[in-house]
Write a protein that binds this ligand. Structure first.
Ligand SMILES: [Zn+2]
Ligand SMILES: [Zn+2]
Length: 261
């Protein structure tokens, strides 16, 4: 059985299709999913999914790309973290990919927001779901400065270099692979996936985005996460069942969902 460690089922592409998505998950052997929060405004909807279905859990956090939304305080996040079935803080991190004419020096608000999330994670003991894009040096520096090894977490939808993977592992974090791993041109990432020990790997869809081959370009759903597992198994020369078992066990070790039932 497979676990999708990162999906956005509250997004408009998927929100109206939950019953069909769940039926497809059951058919595909995907028995758990972590629903990720990207704004405080969205939290109640994401949390509603985790409350309604006993194999869904959720996170609390504000994505670094979201501007013009409610800015979370440490207290806001700590309060949400105490709600039932909330098992992670995030997604949070840094994204310098779309600076829209600004420089990195103009993104202090993103770094401040990231620190707020790390402090909330350390205060609650919940792990972090990290999003980092074109910003790995600052992401790692802030994680170290804030002592994020105390809460741990996962670098989700990993697309960084071997050196960044090594640094994430050194901090005690997990590395999560998405459908990007199946893309033909993802040769460097495939090398990273060979390198990351299986006991530190997670798999995810990041639905509705990044559908794996042979569904690339289509709307992604958690039912497609076995394609990511199959690619990881191929790269590591393992049986897909071993990858399914290990990544599911890793998910439980990190997010402790059975104690937040
Ligand atoms: Zn992300
Ligand atoms: Zn995401």
């Amino acid at each position: 059985m497979f676990v999708d460690s990162h999906c956005h089922l509250s997004f408009p592409e998927l929100a109206g299709r939950i019953d069909a998505i769940r039926a497809d998950m059951a058919t595909a052997g995907v028995d758990k999913a972590l629903c990720i929060c990207t704004t405080l405004e969205e939290f109640e909807m994401v949390h509603g999914l985790a409350r309604r279905f006993d194999n869904f859990w959720c996170s609390a956090g504000v994505h670094p790309d979201n501007e013009g939304v409610q800015e979370p305080s440490v207290d806001d996040l700590v309060a949400l973290a105490t709600r039932p079935r909330v098992v992670a803080i995030g997604e949070t991190g840094l994204d310098y990919y779309r600076l829209a004419g600004r420089g990195v020096e103009d993104m202090a608000w993103q770094r401040d927001r990231f620190r707020v999330h790390i402090r909330a994670a350390c205060a609650t003991g919940l792990p972090l779901v990290i999003h980092t894009r074109s910003a790995s040096a600052d992401t790692l520096a802030i994680l170290r400065e804030e002592g994020a090894e105390r809460c741990g977490g996962v670098f989700h939808c990993f697309t960084e270099t071997m050196e960044v993977a090594r640094a994430a592992l050194d901090l005690g974090f997990y590395v999560s692979f998405s459908g990007i791993l199946t893309f033909k041109n993802a040769t460097e990432l495939q090398e990273v996936a060979r390198f990351v020990p299986l006991e530190r790997c997670l798999i995810e869809t990041d639905s509705p985005y990044l559908a794996p081959v042979p569904f690339r370009g289509k709307t992604n759903t958690p039912a497609l996460v076995p394609h990511v597992a199959a690619k990881l198994a191929e790269l590591k020369d393992l049986d897909v069942r071993e990858v399914a078992e290990a990544t599911s066990a890793n998910f439980e070790t990190l997010f402790k969902t059975s104690s937040k039932a």
